[in-house]
Design a protein around this ligand. Structure first.
Ligand code: NDP
Length: 287
């Protein structure tokens, strides 16, 4: 069966909308997200547009600062310093990837950890690692856990989770979250030996690799829950293109107990969890 990320994200957004309204009426605070977009990458423009639209739909304020592709790193740091000091802004997001001449790690470190709604700042990674409830947690990994629980219920204790991928954005944080849920976690990557047999042990299999249809049916244990994070655009026979995940969905769907489809699985959860983080940041700013 499919785990419907679109529906789950919609439900989460409507719950958040209620909380946004409550925060406004009780404290007079309306959460605000500011996004910085450098350059004109078409995919980034679409992502930013969706983020702005969805924040506003649940009653938050959001705006975008569009900067030209030749913006200097110091200039961008200047913008961040101003946004960090602006008490009316609760969430700051710099859309990645940045142009090559800008060091992403310097920029991420310059965002106030309390406003780092992407959850990429080392302070937030550290908090996540320490199991500190004050962490702003990266959005896609949060979405993965919500979707896994959607099928398995809230108690994931003792399940063996195998995560393929160890990026700072997905693989590592989702592994930490699964560990916090008392799963036994195996993290696999490009140097892992006999990946197929490791994957076959998984009760929960998370694929965050970036290779279309990488996970084959014989890698999946019957009855497993499969979370497919991948977003890969491939050519179709009719000359068009389509999005597919990192899992060979058509063959795996009948063997596993539940799987997140691509599109319509993890993808929609990412922005919904960004809204969740922005609300959390706004609530914490009250204290
Ligand atoms: P990265 O490229 O940063 O990381 C990919 C990981 O996969 C690496 O750890 C790499 O291992 C591992 N890997 C690569 N090849 C193999 C292999 N042959 N066998 C085993 N492991 C391998 O990607 P991201 O984590 O940023 O993204 C992963 C996927 O998720 C992409 O398709 C991306 O588009 C998608 N994504 C989707 C999001 C959403 O909202 N749904 C958000 C973010 C990402 P190593 O470290 O050894 O190189």
């Amino acid at each position: 069966m499919n785990i419907d990320g679109k529906l789950t994200a919609k439900k989460l957004r409507s719950e958040l909308a209620v909380e946004v309204a409550e925060l406004k009426s009780s404290c007079g605070i309306q959460p605000k997200l500011t996004v910085i977009l450098v350059g004109e990458d078409p995919a980034s423009q679409v992502y930013v547009k969706n983020k702005i639209k969805q924040t506003q739909e649940i009653g938050m304020i959001s705006d975008v600062i569009k900067l030209p592709i030749n913006t200097e790193q110091d200039e961008l740091l200047g913008y961040l310093a101003r946004l960090n000091n602006d008490a009316n802004i609760h969430g700051i997001l710099v859309q990645l990837p940045l142009p090559k001449h800008i060091d992403e790690s310097v920029i991420i470190s310059a965002i106030s950890p309390d406003k780092d709604v992407d959850g990429f700042h080392a302070m937030n990674s550290g908090r996540l690692f320490n199991g500190d409830s004050g962490a702003l947690i990266p959005c896609t990994p949060q979405g993965c856990i919500i979707l896994a629980k959607q099928h398995l219920g809230n108690d994931l204790s003792g399940l063996h989770a195998v995560v393929i991928g160890r990026s700072n954005i997905v693989g590592k944080p989702v592994s930490m979250l699964l560990l916090q849920e008392n799963c036994t976690v195996t993290i696999a990557h490009s140097r892992t030996k006999d990946l197929a047999s490791i994957c076959r042990q998984a009760d929960i299999l998370v694929a965050a690799v970036g290779i279309a249809k990488f996970v084959k049916v014989d890698w999946v244990k019957a009855g497993a829950t499969v979370i497919d994070v991948g977003i890969n655009r491939i050519s179709t026979d009719d000359g068009g293109t389509k999005l597919v995940g990192d899992v060979d969905y058509d063959s795996v769907v009948d063997k596993c107990a539940a799987i997140t489809p691509v599109p319509g699985g993890v993808g929609p959860m990412t922005i919904a969890c960004l809204l969740k983080n922005t609300l959390a940041a706004a609530k914490r700013s009250v204290h």
